[in-house]
Design a binder for this molecule. Sequence first.
Ligand code: AMP
Ligand code: ZN
Length: 484
Amino acid sequence: MVYSVLVMLKLWNSLSRTREAFGPLEDNSVRMYCCGPTVYARAHIGNFRAYVVWDVLKRMLEHEGYSVTHCMNITDVGHLVGDSDEGEDKMLKAAREQGQTAWEIAKTFEKLYIDDAKKLGIILPEPPLLCRATDHITEQIKLIQLLEDKGYTYKITDGIYFDTSKFADYGKLSGQRLEEKQAGARVEANPEKHNPSDFALWKFSYPNGRDFDPNQDDESTRRQMEWESPWGLGFPGWHVECSAMSKKYLGQPFDIHCGGVDHIPVHHENEIAQSVAAYAVPLAEYWVHSEFLTVDSQKMSKSLNNFYTLDDCINRGIEPLALRYFYLGAHYRQKLNFTWEAAQASQSALNKLRELSRTWVNPTDEKNDINQGWNEKFFSELRDDLNTPAALGVMWEMVKSNIPTEQKSATLKEWDKVLGLNLDQYIAQTVAIPENVKQIASRRWEARNNKDWDTADALRMELENLGWSMEDSGTEYKLKPKIS
Ligand code: AMP
Ligand code: ZN
């Protein structure tokens, strides 16, 4: 096989629609913003594909010597059911269905998101860089005021809107001109809007920003998350938080903006419009968008009810890190179809990798023992727009090669800083078999040889409960720790 060695990280930039050599705006530091979860429900494994992709990107940037300031928002308010500004508030809907307050719903699912992300080996930013929309209402109001001062807004009965016809570059990211966007827009639900692509910056709780009125408003539909503003009582439109918080924590422009491909035509287009209109400089230099996880070729989504959570995987014997391995098996700009067979194959591959790496010896010097030839091949693939499937291919070639095992250990440890599969726990880690486990195994072997199957089965179960499995092969047996 012939490898070309890439020395610079190249990334596909959705904004220029080309693969560009990456260079940060300032020295060796990279400022990166990722659109985070909407915490009205548990994130599914489709959502987590995106978060794993961005985690690999962040780890790779760190490997390349950059110090990364990573900011991610938690959308805990005002995200409506449709991508437009119509429909019911997702948080309120979940609150009603689950008999909790909207605030409780947001808290519950934020915690679950953070727990699941950790299990998947995702290194999330710490607060304040992991930032909630509800903690930044003042910043969002200020941004809207600035847009108002500059003449980009107008008021209608249900809120303050951004006038997209006043922003010349509207549609640049998705490659659609305003007229095309308008022609393609679905039947417009809000006739007061000046252009179909206009979007809400501030939504009123009640018409024209008035307060709740028990004589005309139904108590059961009363908003639970609302704030005073110069325009009246309401809540921010869902694109505003990203513009306001990225500006606060990263400045503008920053280096890399990540999101899912579904964010290109609406959410990111609108973020750009707000931020550039407000501050007259670009929002971000590189736009990295990850493709969908699909089921039977359809996007995995809550609305199609074709989704699985991390717990569904765990309950079917697929570890979170095996799922991470599965994600890495596809390029982030390609759709990836989820099946239980494919997930199981990833679990088996990961188990095999762990078992093989257990048999190696520890490096004498972790840095010097890294095999430079293999190392270049591996990182060359990752520098090629994060080609993780090719990098995994190189990994297996290295693992099966005949270089000394201390080199394999050192090299794989280095690679795992980017892969994030937690292989340190396994590489060159032989496990001492506890005395009681040895005794139960020998009793089971005896029962088996005496064809006392009931006892043999019961003892096998005992071993399983202790976290060990017993593999029989004719005249001998092997004890293996079950991998957690
Ligand atoms: P949401 O909470 O709906 O805003 O989604 C969070 C992130 O998950 C967004 O970046 C979406 O693009 C992404 N996402 C949603 N569904 C999928 C999917 N089936 N596969 C990959 N990413 C997804
Ligand atoms: Zn965003």
